[in-house]
Design a protein around this ligand. Sequence first.
Ligand SMILES: [Zn+2]
Length: 252
Amino acid sequence: MDKRSALAVTAVTILTCTTNPFLPVETSQNAPLVVITFDDADSSIYTRGYRLMRAMDTTWTATHFFPKSYLDQPTCVTLAEEKEMERAGWETGGHGGIGHDNLSSLPPDTMTALVKACYDFLVDSGLCHESYAYASGMYNDTVKAVVAKYFVNIRAAHDYYYLDGVNRQELGYFAVKGGFTSDDIIVRVEQARSLGAPLVIIGFHVILADTAPAVPTYYVRESAFRGFLTYLEEQHLQVMNVRDAMKILCGS
Ligand SMILES: [Zn+2]
């Protein structure tokens, strides 16, 4: 066992949740839960993200956040694909409003209607509707209060370390950007491990073939993604969606 693992094994973390502040859960962790998220419904999330994760370990799941208007668009995930992923344990989450709306820039009435539309779309489509991610990570206190009326798990933008507990209404993530190698991603998980953190959230957008031209949005090359999955498998890390991680860390 290396020094980092030894440190992590001895870590005992007291975890509390904002929605359940009087029931701290004490748990001994020897490695962080690894939560994987995908944003914005690019078709590669199904063709590469979902399929490659399934091929590596059928118990692994992820959370997919996207706005209503992206579904079934050309080059986007379809409702049938999203439902197939949910049947395999994946979680759908709300994102933005109807489009990729920056809610903090809108009048309160408009913003509230968009959050409701986002939630209603998931419910009406028969999709999971417990988790939400702010589009472009943009929010303020008014937005936060409205989103919290509809969703129990909320992902913001800052990459938190969760050393003082997990606030399920202000989760963070490590955003994988164009040009990242698998080692660039692995380093973040190793950092969580060495700190004794209970959780690390890694966020992907588009998964590009190694030979494809770069795109302006966040992306990862397929070989880097595969390398990251191989690392997770070799290290026997627990890989899951936001909802299931919150069940473990927050007890519901
Ligand atoms: Zn987005």
